[in-house]
Design a protein around this ligand. Structure first.
Ligand code: EPZ
Length: 430
């Protein structure tokens, strides 16, 4: 059933929200459980549609997957198949991170190549370059990539592309290399906390990995990996989204369980914009509206995360002045701009830069979510806009935010989730 969010803006959000586990760590961690025939237990896994979908794919591969209690998943991949069909991969680009696990465990894999999505093309050329550097035979036929790793012996590879490092490309290569004989050296490796978390699980499983978290990762292949028990790191993107909710409404929000060290560039930008920021062991707090328009460029970690770009752009709408927001990771990731313009936002696109003139009054309107982070940005803008906003296609939001409207309501927001039929006549998409 299609659902919408109805938001009435104007209330300052105050209070504390508990950070959930990181979606972008949980997905590769689930894939990594295929690297062993022993039991892998993952804790603090967020309750998201993407996680449930990844669990379905693991079952399709032949693993037994249990969810004995909220947040805990137990996977046992005793015997698995090496093929992953298109109708699964096309529903979630991130399922590409199964490739490295299948190559590592079975020394062969066949997977449909994920297409693009609304934030732009999602190529995997760097993933395949990395696997070839291991000594794999890689071929692409009819939209399916086949990898034969029976003669793979490790190798060195530079994994940087036109936009810099690749998160899931690094994850795939590390996973494949853990069970590939010889040494593999990955230059221009992704340094995201989610990649570091994956390496933490692999080390617990008996992998030999050095340099994770830096731009050069070295993996020495081992004969097999054992089971492990691992808790997922907190979600820095979700935490950043709640901090913006506090700042955009001129409130005061603390995210308990958030890791300030994972949010360096983002917190630095909040401070530069004049938002109050306080951090401590196990919490991050943002309070007070922004007072300065600031420019922003998204980059691979430790730069400003592209996954918080839409949320920060929404914040800039409520401060006088002009800001330039440039995407150097996904140049087309501005689907939220057109919807925000419906609310009165003054945003002009100049290539991969959004020129935002903030300080103009925003008023509620019916808008359409297009992707995960854009839908969060629309809700954030609606919290501070005048009047009533209806956000359609909430399924985008549910991919990456657990009970988002419930937790915003607990902070004082006037927001509710309704069936799409509740929308006023003429608002609903036909
Ligand atoms: C991960 O996607 C995240 N997803 C994305 O989060 C995030 O936006 C992205 O990293 C960047 O931080 C998960 O972790 C599940 P990339 P990933 O490979 O790994 C280009 C969200 O909202 N590229 O680091 O697929 C690519 O086109 C999602 O939670 C190549 O050119 O992203 C992009 O411009 C959205 N060739 C850039 O690199 C390749 O082979 C970064 O992509 C691979 C990528």
């Amino acid at each position: 059933m299609l659902e919408v969010a109805r938001i009435v803006g104007g209330r300052a959000l105050r209070g504390t929200v508990q950070a959930a586990g990181a979606k972008n760590a949980a997905l590769p961690l689930l894939a990594a459980s295929l690297l062993t025939s022993e039991e892998v237990t993952l804790r603090n896994v967020p309750d998201l549609s993407d996680v449930r979908f990844m669990a379905e794919i693991l079952r399709h591969q032949g693993a037994s997957v249990a969810n004995p209690k909220p947040g805990t998943w137990v996977i046992r991949a005793e015997s698995i198949v090496h093929r992953t069909p298109y109708d699964l991969v096309r529903k979630m680009r991130a399922s590409v991170c199964l490739l490295g696990a299948l190559v590592g465990r079975l020394h062969q894999a066949e997977m449909a190549i994920p297409g693009g999505c609304v934030i732009g093309p999602r190529p995997i050329d760097l993933h395949l370059k990395g696997l070839e550097a291991l000594g794999c035979a890689v071929s692409v036929e009819g939209g399916v990539v086949s990898v034969d790793a029976r003669r793979a012996r490790g190798g060195s590879v530079f994994m940087g592309g036109p936009m810099g490092s690749t998160v899931l490309g690094t994850a795939n290569l590390v996973m494949a290399a853990t069970l590939t004989p010889g040494e593999t050296r990955i230059e221009c490796a992704a340094r995201e906390p989610e990649v570091v978390d994956l390496c933490a699980l692999l080390l617990r499983m008996g992998a030999d990995i050095r340099g994770h978290g830096t731009e050069t990762i070295t993996v020495r292949g081992v004969a097999s990996l054992r089971g492990a028990d691992h808790a997922v790191i907190p979600d820095r993107i979700e935490a950043g989204t709640y901090l913006v909710a506090g700042a955009i409404t001129g409130g005061d929000v603390t995210v308990a369980g958030a890791e300030a060290d994972h949010l360096g560039a983002f917190l630095d930008k909040l401070r530069e914009a004049g938002v109050g920021v306080e951090t401590g062991p196990g919490f991050v707090r943002a309070y007070g509206r922004p007072s300065r328009a600031v420019d922003l460029v998204t980059e691979p970690y430790p730069g400003f995360p592209t996954d918080l770009q839409a949320q920060f752009l929404a914040l800039q709408l409520f401060v006088d002045g002009k800001s330039h927001i440039t995407e150097k990771v996904y140049p087309a990731r501005f689907m939220h701009a057109a919807e925000l313009q419906r609310m009165g936002a003054d945003i002009a696109m100049d290539g991969a830069t959004a020129v935002v003139v903030g300080g103009k009054p925003l008023s509620g309107a019916p808008v359409m979510a297009s992707d995960l982070r854009a839908s969060a940005a629309l809700i954030l803008a609606a919290l501070a806009a005048k009047g009533e906003t209806w956000v359609q296609r909430l399924y985008h939001l549910d991919r990456g935010y657990e009970r988002f409207e419930e937790r915003l309501r607990a902070l004082g927001a006037e927001i509710e989730r309704l069936p799409a039929s509740a929308m006023p006549k003429g608002f609903a998409e036909d």
